[in-house]
Design a protein around this ligand. Structure first.
Ligand SMILES: Cc1cc2nc3c(=O)[nH]c(=O)nc-3n(C[C@H](O)[C@H](O)[C@H](O)COP(=O)(O)OP(=O)(O)OC[C@H]3O[C@@H](n4cnc5c(N)ncnc54)[C@H](O)[C@@H]3O)c2cc1C
Length: 386
């Protein structure tokens, strides 16, 4: 078994790390307070190819593998988790499913502008009454004039305010109330209305919007098979979760870096706090758990890059990495003491940013159900609330 990254993977990791250190990390606290980063950053990410890393060159991307993309996501999230999720949703939850499930016409129309970063993509499934139980969604799509009349409202849609294309899920079989009867559509940003910008605990540099839709789209906006949209949603989340796991590792790595540096400088009772076993044990646990999470993430990313089943591996990576990030960012605050609780150091922001990784793209409870279903091979596990 070879744990070495390929030269291309190392090159993309280094590119993302350098850009993040020079152009993102120095501004992250300010963007957290301002609830947003400048549009110019997206142009920089675009010109460096970081918005189309694993999109084939013939479709406007850099043509690298999925592992390279995941390595870059960790680096961007280490500097600013909000920038990380902006790129993760754009790539994993919009561009890649379009590539995987789109017709040649849909791919030619929507993927190149996304891969070149001219547009920023969204994934819209969640509704006020349909989060973990996404199959209960109520947005409807009815046949009209050879196309589809789509009506409804979506909640907490990352990137919607950028006005780019959306992968949107709607019910095409009105006789159903479950995942069956749901279809996927590609909408232009101009076909939805932003109704709200969410105020959040953390991840403040990323934009999260509620949207309303009442639009008539042509028939060629249906993505994949009619009434089989939920398969597209689940396949998309299988890959998306690996990205969120990489985001969590990036946040935890940033917290560990600050805590380790602080422990080597801060003195109490005439000694560096790094000399105290209690602090050494905290740093040892942080370092170990970050390594363990990163290995789970890279294994899942490698399985996906190899075109192999990655549902269980992705769920394990997301579950472990997200819970680890919440635990270890709290420990980083503890190592910094009172300073950790202030905005003088970034660890409080890391703690606030880490929490969302246990919620979106499937909560930790749902990940445990996904893993249990996979290891026990029994579909009905999910249907028995306990
Ligand atoms: C900042 C942010 C960004 C987001 N971005 C997007 C986006 O871009 N696109 C999008 O579509 N959605 C997005 N979401 C929505 C996100 O994916 C959902 O919040 C998530 O799926 C959880 O759904 P919910 O919030 O409705 O919680 P609920 O489903 O109401 O769950 C509440 C609690 O019950 C638990 N629970 C639910 N069902 C079960 C069960 N069967 N067994 C055990 N426990 C259960 C959950 O784990 C959770 O702890 C975003 C949310 C946030 C906060």
């Amino acid at each position: 078994m070879d744990f070495e990254l390929t030269p291309e993977q190392r090159e993309i990791q280094a590119l993302a790390r350098e850009l993040a250190a020079a152009e993102i990390e120095p501004h992250a606290a300010e963007w957290d307070r301002a609830h947003g980063f400048p549009r110019a950053l997206l142009d920089r990410l675009a010109e460096t190819g970081l918005l189309g890393i694993c999109v084939p060159e013939e479709h406007g991307g850099a043509g690298a593998d999925f592992v390279s993309y995941i390595l870059a996501l960790e680096e961007l999230s280490r500097a600013d988790a909000g920038v990380g999720v902006t790129v993760a949703v754009h790539t994993s939850a919009c561009t890649l499913p379009l590539l995987a499930f789109g017709t040649a016409e849909q791919v030619d129309r929507f993927v190149p502008p996304l891969a070149r970063g001219e547009q920023i993509g969204c994934f819209a499934i969640t509704e006020p009454g349909a989060g973990s139980d996404a199959g209960a969604l109520r947005t409807s799509a009815e046949p009209e004039d050879g196309g589809w009349r789509i009506r409804g409202a979506k909640q907490w849609i990352t990137n919607a305010a950028f006005g780019g294309p959306l992968l949107l899920f709607a019910r095409t079989d009105p006789g159903t109330r479950t995942a069956r009867g749901v279809s996927a559509f590609v909408l232009e940003g101009s076909e939805v209305e932003i109704t709200r910008t969410e105020e959040k605990l953390g991840l403040n540099s990323s934009v999260t919007n509620d949207i309303a839709v009442d639009t008539l789209v042509p028939g060629d906006r249906l993505l994949g098979e009619l009434n089989h949209g939920f398969r597209i949603a689940m396949a998309t989340l299988d890959g998306g979760r690996i990205g969120i796991a990489a985001q969590a590792v990036g946040i935890a790595q940033a917290a560990y870096d600050v805590a380790r540096r602080y422990a080597l400088e801060r003195e109490t009772f005439g000694h560096r706090i790094a000399d105290y076993q209690a602090i050494q044990h905290k740093l040892a646990d942080m370092s170990m758990e970050i390594d363990a999470a990163r290995l789970l993430v890279l294994r899942a990313a490698w399985l996906k890059a190899e075109g192999r089943s990655h549902t269980e591996a992705g769920a394990k990576a997301k579950l472990f990495a997200s819970e680890m990030a919440r635990r270890q960012t709290a420990e980083a605050i503890q190592v910094l003491g009172g300073y950790g609780y202030t905005k003088e150091f970034p660890v409080e922001r890391y703690y606030r940013d880490a929490k969302i990784t246990e919620i979106y793209e499937g909560t930790s409870e749902i990940q445990r159900l996904v893993i249990a279903r996979s290891i026990l091979g029994r579909q009905e596990l999910v249907a028995t609330p306990s």
